[in-house]
Design a protein around this ligand. Structure first.
Ligand code: RFL
Length: 402
């Protein structure tokens, strides 16, 4: 069993220093702490800011099972809502997929990411877990050795150093873990060439389903978050500023693309938040570089088109916890050696489905022959999804699974 390591006046220590208190970092922190592994989470934001960071909302069945297995699912069991239907709206009409009764017959649980993060944080702190808010990791040094050091800046701007046996990089795509990777690390990346204006609206959901609309003026999406708040997406030109359209213009575009004239108007409300997302993906390979291990968005960024990012983050955190407990508590490094390979298998499968969704939902730009060819393929893909039970089973399995 690992015990807390010595601290000196200018350098603190823990067996595992976790960078970032998102779904990956906090799941990992909870699991390590529950196994008696000395760990600390370094988070650049404060607690209030974490609780206001609205992003994901659709948790896969496997994510819920993982959190349940470790006693971390009380909040989402109490307040999350099961969800199993999506609706496609196209110029050929609309069709619904009851994906909860297809494939593996699994459901999503709709639960805002900021509520999940708040639950994980409360659980971690109540159990006596250590976290340092307002602490920004700057770099990970000596990751190729057995005594890596995290250089950080505390909430007062003072330099701080943390020595560890392992550093878990759960600090997202722009974090210190990625910046500290050795030149041998590979980063496979793909710009999907599409941008979305992501909107959070103070309005009840307008459909009892996830809505995906393809329209000649662009894609529009509808996803419930809570009974009072709905997430919408509007495809926009690359470079469009988040405030390019007034609230009314946003709702008019959503109504047009969701075909409110045929299927009923959307329930309007104040737009609470706007973010422009350029859909892109990347995968770092491998996920382990000596004593530095990556999980969540730090390991792989995935476009939000198939709602996989937070789910992958929880899955990887569980695999990483298993690997670190094996090594630190039982002296068995087998799972640590397999960590990267195991995660990459899940990551590439999620990336593949996410890319497939992007191609399904966005018309090929342009009017030339090749664009026509791709657009015809896309329509054929949609038609197959509408009519083929085998295709629907495949969709359901990948849509809810990680
Ligand atoms: P996070 O959540 O970004 O957390 C990283 C944490 O690290 C902190 N941090 C640092 N701390 C210390 N030092 C540094 N140098 C630091 N740099 C950063 C940050 O403050 C933060 O607290 O990463 P994590 O844990 O890997 O989780 C990943 C998910 O957040 C992400 O994949 C999802 O939000 C993606 N995503 C969705 N995923 C789903 O599974 N289902 C969805 O429905 C879904 N919808 C979405 C999404 C992402 C979106 N955006 C914003 C791209 C919708 C949107 C609009």
């Amino acid at each position: 069993m690992t015990t807390r390591q010595n601290s000196s006046a200018d350098q603190e220590s823990a067996a595992v220093v976790i960078l970032g208190a998102g779904p990956a970092g906090l799941t990992l922190g909870n699991l390590l702490h529950a196994h008696g592994i000395d760990c600390v989470v370094l988070e650049r934001s404060d607690r209030a800011a974490l609780g206001a960071r609205a992003r994901a909302g659709f948790l896969a069945a496997n994510t819920v099972r993982t959190l349940e297995r470790h006693g971390l699912a009380d909040g989402l069991r109490r307040h999350g809502r099961p969800h199993g239907v999506c609706e496609f709206r196209t110029d050929g009409g609309r069709f619904r997929l009851d994906y909860g009764s297809l494939g593996r017959r699994e459901l999503h649980t709709v639960y805002p990411q900021q509520d999940l993060v708040a639950d994980l944080l409360t659980h971690y702190l109540d159990a006596g877990g250590r976290i340092s808010f307002g602490t920004e990791a700057l770099a990970v040094h000596d990751a190729d050795g057995v005594r890596p050091v995290v250089a950080a800046r505390d909430a007062h701007g003072r330099p701080a150093r943390w020595q560890a046996r392992y550093v878990a990089g759960c600090d997202g795509r722009h974090g210190a873990a990625r910046r500290s990777l050795p030149p041998t690390a590979l980063r496979h990346q793909c710009d999907h060439g599409v941008s979305w204006l992501g909107l959070l609206a103070e309005a009840p959901p307008s459909l009892d389903a996830v809505g995906y609309a393809t329209h000649r003026s662009g894609f529009a999406g509808h996803m419930a978050r809570t009974p009072e708040v709905t997430r919408y997406y509007l495809q926009c030109e690359r470079g469009t500023p988040a405030d390019a359209w007034t609230d009314e213009q946003v709702w008019d575009r959503l109504d047009l693309r969701m075909r409110a004239a045929d299927h009923g108007p959307l329930r309007r409300g104040r737009i609470l938040r706007r973010t422009v997302v350029d859909l892109s993906s990347d995968v770092v390979e491998p996920l382990r570089h000596g004593s530095l291990l990556l999980a969540g968005d730090a390991a792989s960024l995935i476009s939000p088109s198939a709602a996989k990012g937070a789910n992958l983050a929880v899955l990887e955190a569980e695999l990483l916890a298993e690997a670190l407990v094996g090594d630190l508590a039982h002296g068995d490094a087998t799972a640590l050696e397999r960590y990267s390979r195991r995660c990459l298998a899940h990551i590439w499968r999620a990336q593949e489905f996410s890319r497939w969704m992007i191609r399904l939902l966005h018309a090929a730009p342009g009017t030339d022959g090749e664009s026509f060819f791709h657009e015809s393929l896309r329509r054929s893909r949609l038609d197959s999804l509408r009519t083929s039970r085998a295709h629907q089973d495949w969709f359901a399995e990948n849509y809810v699974g990680v």
